[in-house]
Design a protein around this ligand. Structure first.
Ligand SMILES: [Zn+2]
Length: 292
């Protein structure tokens, strides 16, 4: 059974880039007779915008998406993330850290794919008393690789390219990486289709899956929609919200952006007509598989 998902963060309304990601994961799951789940990724409650979840759900309904099962909210799932952290601690794979950002910048000499690599200070020295604790995952010098269904072979040395990363923050919020891995496993997700901005996160998530004994997933990272300045559409780059009228034309534009449908498109008499055709004609290779 194929199970896909769309997992928006409620930091603002859906824009054209999020629509493209939603369309790709929806057509991928539905064209394989699978399920498509909706998860609101509000684990970082400090970034949550009031009313954004409701707005996202209304927009998806207006555009004709039909998700399976109940909507899952990460903000209601802390107990599961805590259980995963406990498991990692019991396995000796996680350790507490009280370093400040400045201390890490001052003490690290190694650059990774996302800035300085944490030098492992708190793994070898006592942590500071009366200081908020973050939890980090130990990362060995191990190659983590996978074949993305769209961008092909990817790999990182998890210890040397990324380093011991935070799975629970000092403000006691769980990290996106841990939450996503736990949710994907508990929801039985088999196919992840999402924007290429998350490509660099994937090896971290695969490593966490391995540590927690979860099944591997298939990944497909779709090209990002860029604005005139070449920036990714986002709240930060002031992407405009999806229109509430012209729904069919906007969907057609999103389908045209993705290279998985035969051209030219026929004329669609209705939204359901459009969805039926897109799901029937969707072609995205499924051959790649996660290689550990
Ligand atoms: Zn530390």
């Amino acid at each position: 059974m194929v199970i896909g998902r769309f997992a928006p963060s409620p930091t603002g309304p859906l824009h054209f880039g999020s629509l493209v990601a939603a369309v790709a994961s929806y057509c991928d799951a539905k064209s394989q007779g699978g399920q498509w789940l909706l998860r609101i990724e509000d684990v970082d409650t400090t970034r949550r915008v009031e009313g954004a979840s409701e707005d996202i759900i209304r927009t998806l309904q207006r555009y004709g998406f039909e998700w399976d099962g109940d909507i899952v909210y990460q903000s209601q799932r802390s107990e599961y993330y805590e259980q995963a952290l406990t498991r990692l601690r019991n396995l000796g794979l996680a350790y507490p850290c009280t370093c400040s950002r400045k201390e890490i910048a001052d003490s690290s000499t190694q650059q990774g794919i996302e800035g300085v690599i944490y030098p492992g200070t708190c793994q070898h020295h006592p942590i500071k008393p009366n200081t908020p604790i973050a939890w980090r995952l130990k990362t060995p010098a191990k190659r983590i690789s996978f074949e993305d269904r769209i961008v092909g072979w990817q790999q990182h040395n998890i210890g040397q390219d990324i380093g011991d990363f935070v799975i629970k923050r000092a403000d006691s919020l769980f990290s996106y990486q841990l939450a996503v891995v736990v949710d994907d496993a508990m929801q039985g997700i088999t196919h992840v289709v999402r924007g290429a901005d998350l490509l660099q996160s994937t090896t971290r998530q695969i490593y966490l899956q391995q540590c927690l004994g979860y099944a591997p997933l298939l990944y497909a990272h779709i090209p990002l929609v860029l604005n005139n300045q070449g920036q990714k559409l986002s709240k930060q780059t002031l992407a405009t919200a999806l229109p509430s009228d012209n729904v069919k034309d906007t969907l057609i534009n999103a389908l045209h952006f993705l290279p998985f449908l035969p051209q030219p498109f026929p004329t669609f008499s209705s939204l359901s007509d459009l969805w039926r055709w897109a799901i029937d004609h969707w072609q995205m290779s499924n051959h790649a598989k996660t290689i550990t």
